[in-house]
Design a binder for this molecule. Structure first.
Ligand code: GLV
Length: 310
């Protein structure tokens, strides 16, 4: 069995070692350059493959995403969709994302930025922080990542709600569903966390109008995709005080360009798309399990539903 491993950002040697343990029967080809005969490739494991690349393998049995999001695949107009395209739901990835969300939400809740400023001024002054149960946190997207983050925030005793296409059952988390309930969800969310998939329907969903419906002085955490956010609208709302602060891991253009106003903005925390890096040590096993299923004639999971875009 031949697997094409296509990613410009993951360390190939780490993945080679992880696959040698998880799927010893597979021969790994690191990058399209390593493939001698396109007909030999059975599976493609990919992060941001060049557009048109994957259609070149006539015997491909499936495409497995190396990331939780699949917008990097769905944006290829030539993506072969007669084979299963598989999302990555992996424990290690979920742990990373939940840590990031909890870190960012706690940072806003406990006024980290202001305390750093006070420290720089050698200033000893307590700031008001509401009790956890009075702090309303809203999570957009209640899939694997959003649900896990919402549970962790709930465990921190925050007042947590989620918003998703379909209503979800998560203990102690209020679930808002669909367009009709979006406004009520926004109106209660003092710290808004975005973990939605990027689709046509969600592109630009964080904009002047929606962020304007948050309570005044709200904070934004975007760990999903840069395409969700209208960047100029965020700057405007930080300027008016409608928003107090933002923690951003993802950007329209990555790496964030050198002259971008987010770099020096006193109320924006920038991290370099690192919230949840796919860890080879857990994800190779998750991907291997799906490949074994397909080799037995079973369906992999979860498969991308292209009518939904994720
Ligand atoms: C990273 O952004 C991912 O989709 O896993």
């Amino acid at each position: 069995m031949v697997i094409l491993f296509q990613s410009k950002t993951d360390d190939p040697q780490q993945w080679r070692r992880a696959f040698a343990g998880a799927l010893p029967e597979a021969e790994l080809r690191i990058g399209a350059e390593a493939v001698q005969d396109p007909a030999e490739v059975d599976y493609a494991v990919a992060w941001k493959p060049p557009k048109g690349l994957l259609k070149q393998y006539p015997n491909l049995k499936a495409i497995l995403s190396l990331g939780a999001g699949v917008d990097h695949l769905a944006s290829d107009p030539d993506l072969p969709t007669h084979v299963p395209v598989v999302r990555l739901v992996d424990p290690g990835l979920t742990w990373g994302m939940t840590e990031y969300v909890v870190w960012a939400v706690l940072g806003h809740h406990r006024r980290t930025r202001e305390y750093r400023q006070q420290q720089a001024q050698h200033r000893w002054a307590r700031l008001e922080v509401p009790l956890g149960p009075s702090r309303r946190v809203g999570v957009m997207g209640l899939g694997e990542l959003g649900a896990d983050a919402a549970r962790a925030l709930k465990a921190m005793r925050f007042d947590v709600a989620g918003w998703s296409n379909r209503r979800k059952q998560i203990d102690g988390v209020e679930s808002f569903a669909g367009q009709a309930e979006f406004g009520r969800f926004l109106a209660r969310s003092e710290i808004l966390v975005n973990l939605l998939p990027l689709t046509q329907a969600t592109t630009g969903i964080l904009n002047r109008q929606t962020l304007g419906e948050l309570p005044k002085g709200a904070c934004l955490v975007n760990a999903a995709r840069g395409g969700h956010l209208v960047e100029a609208d965020l700057l405007e709302l930080l300027g008016t005080g409608q928003l107090a602060e933002a923690t951003l891991d993802v950007f329209r253009e990555e790496p964030l360009p050198a002259g971008h106003p987010f770099w020096d903005h006193p109320r924006i925390t920038v991290t370099p798309h690192e919230a949840a890096i796919t860890p080879a040590e857990t994800a190779a096993a998750t991907i291997a399990e799906n490949i074994r299923k397909m080799e037995r004639g079973e369906a992999p999971s979860p498969m991308v539903d292209f009518s939904q875009g994720y």
